[in-house]
Design a protein. Structure first.
Length: 169
């Protein structure tokens, strides 16, 4: 959960701490397609700040599981509109989306669009205790030495507007 008490991709992010009646959405249920990519990009570009003003969101990454890799490349790299006999140019190709395939996405249908610049700004990693290495006291030194490592960290996000996720049923 984020600081607004919502999941990262959620349909009810409050507009601001003072205005919880107005919400914004960064969660969808559309299957990966040309039309859903275009609609998701438009939805992200309509995100507003806490004063109701448009913010500069420009998604540049399409994050997919391995099962959608072939389809993602066909949709984003084809010169002409996929699945069409017309010679219409492929608008999705012109977006310049980078396809990132992540093996750890566990659902074969879910996919995400990401603004990488905003992600770098709002994804947080905190080293609470830096990595420490030491020799284990149980080492017997008969051609064997044991070492241990220890660290404490935390991670999270400070704003959700860098991502739009689709949980396809």
């Amino acid at each position: 959960m984020g600081e607004d008490d919502q999941y990262l991709c959620d349909g009810a992010h409050p507009a601001s701490p003072a205005n919880t009646a107005t919400t914004q959405n960064n969660a969808g249920t559309s299957a990966l397609s040309r039309d859903s990519i275009i609609a998701t990009r438009q939805a992200m570009r309509a995100f507003e700040d806490d004063r109701g003003e448009l913010i500069n969101v420009m998604p540049d990454i399409l994050l997919v599981p391995p099962e959608l890799e072939d389809e993602a490349y066909a949709l984003t790299k084809s010169e002409f509109k996929p699945g069409s006999g017309d010679n219409d140019r492929n608008f999705v190709n012109a977006m310049g989306l980078q396809v990132v395939v992540w093996d750890y996405l566990t659902d074969a249908n879910n996919w995400f669009m990401i603004d990488s610049m905003l992600a770098k700004r709002h994804l947080k990693w905190f080293n609470l205790v830096d990595m420490e290495f030491a020799m284990d006291a149980n080492s017997n030194f008969q051609l064997e030495a044991r070492y241990r490592g220890y660290m404490v960290y935390s991670l999270g996000w400070s704003d959700w507007k860098w991502v739009y996720g689709h949980s396809v049923t």
